[in-house]
Design a protein around this ligand. Sequence first.
Ligand code: SF4
Length: 89
Amino acid sequence: MHEKSKVTRRVFCRNAATITGVAMAAGVIPIREALAQQKLSKADMKYQDTPKDGQQCDACVYWQPPKACGLVAGDIAPSGWCAAFNKKK
Ligand code: SF4
């Protein structure tokens, strides 16, 4: 019984990944939208459009000019800030 449930879970996960891939390839789920959904929300990251303590987005490793971020979804201001700020080296 236990071994059977492992196989069932494995098969379920494989099928779920396949269905997602097929849906993306078929355009049912636009790739850009699927990737955007993987980003964090501004609210969750306490994003603000102004710098904080001298830190701002265009000095962060996640900054993607002209107005995006690799971690946080949506338009991001170069002078913005969020809790994930990580200064470029
Ligand atoms: S501070 Fe936050 S929102 Fe701004 S670039 Fe860095 S991770 Fe993105």
